[in-house]
Write a protein that binds this ligand. Structure first.
Ligand SMILES: Nc1ncnc2c1ncn2[C@@H]1O[C@H](COP(=O)(O)OP(=O)(O)OP(=O)(O)O)[C@@H](O)[C@H]1O
Length: 323
């Protein structure tokens, strides 16, 4: 089994083959154009960031990529095949995602949540399941083995039997990622994976995303934490009022005056991450804690006590069962 560590995995060999190609994607809601003629590619082994102010159209763009919305105009292809406008078929094609507001099955165990994410990769029908055929048992065993590998990978294996709703907030976010990975995606879309996390959890998530890429899955990530984005991403695209303003490496985007004016404000001083590093190291020294993408912090950073709410958007906090 593979376990992630805080050590940064070596960057994989460059591969310019695009896995995702969005061309001229436009999404209108009545008179509002939320996304306007956006082009974006993500290559195999790339980590690409999508940033922009609130309401810029980032999540709407994700929804267009993943079949939740049918774009008013434009096309989205994954490995040269146009993606169907149905979320489960998009997942089956190889594109998985997490949501800004955590969507777990709160009353199912951690392992069961990941097994749900496996369903697009299993082919056993209802008949086979009802009769509990040997073929069904073999498929079930293989799914459980893969789910446990993913829990090990994300550091959640010791909590496989816990109910999802009892996990601390940061671990719920990790579980969402483990569940998305269960469909064996070639591209993973993460919508604000560190929202509500403390610096230690954010750093662990950064290591986890690198480890995901090292295993061959490209990543497109929306995030408001600019240090996370600029430390992590090979390329960053900036959306403002539905349009792509700039796209480039972290250095190029951070220095772009239009991006500073529209979104970033004052440029960073000093190397990104230094402040967090000092903060994390102080916390770790104090707590004698282990670090690493796989190490859950056990901290309920949302401060909700329930483990089911999101910090940034409490009104929107919900689980699959709430809907
Ligand atoms: N289903 C919808 N119907 C109507 N308008 C919508 C819908 N979804 C999003 N919008 C609008 O589209 C615009 C873009 O919203 P979106 O949520 O994509 O922005 P965002 O960049 O993800 O913002 P945030 O960073 O706050 O999550 C907003 O003006 C929003 O109100």
């Amino acid at each position: 089994m593979t376990t992630t560590t805080a050590t940064t995995p070596p960057a994989p060999a460059t591969d310019d083959t695009p896995v995702l190609t969005a061309t001229g994607v436009t999404m209108r809601f009545g008179g509002l154009t939320a996304v306007r003629a956006v082009d974006l590619t993500v290559s195999a082994h790339e980590i690409v960031g999508l940033i922009g102010p609130n309401g810029a159209g980032k999540t709407t763009f994700f929804n267009c990529l993943t079949g939740l919305y049918i774009p008013t105009e434009g096309t989205v292809t994954y490995r040269d095949t146009v993606l169907p406008p149905k979320p489960h078929l998009v997942t089956k094609a190889g594109v998985a995602r997490t949501f800004q507001n955590i969507r777990l099955f709160a009353n199912m165990t951690v392992l069961e949540n990941v097994l749900v994410g496996r369903h697009t990769r299993t082919h056993e029908g209802l008949f086979s399941a009802l009769l509990r055929t040997p073929r069904f048992h073999r498929a079930e065993t293989a799914s459980t083995r893969r789910a446990m590998e993913l829990l090990d990978f994300t550091g959640l294996a010791p909590k496989a039997d816990h109910l999802a709703r009892n996990l601390p907030y940061g671990e719920q976010r990790k579980l969402e990622i483990a569940r998305a990975l269960a469909s064996d995606p070639g591209l993973l879309l993460l919508d604000e994976p560190t929202a509500g996390m403390n610096p230690q959890e954010t750093r662990a998530t950064e290591a986890l995303v690198r480890a995901i890429r090292a295993q061959g899955t490209a990543v497109l990530v929306i995030e408001h934490d600019m240090r996370f984005i600029f430390n992590l991403c090979d390329r960053v695209a900036v959306l403002v009022q539905g349009e792509k303003l700039v796209e480039g490496t972290s250095d190029v985007v951070q220095a772009d005056e239009r991006v500073i004016a529209a979104y970033l404000g004052t440029p960073f001083e000093g190397a990104p991450g230094e402040e967090e590093l000092a903060e994390v190291e102080a916390a770790e020294a104090g707590a004698g804690a282990t670090t690493g993408a796989g190490a859950g912090t056990g901290t309920d950073t949302a401060g909700t006590g329930t483990g089911t709410e999101t910090a940034g958007d409490p009104g929107a906090a919900r689980t699959e069962e709430d809907r």
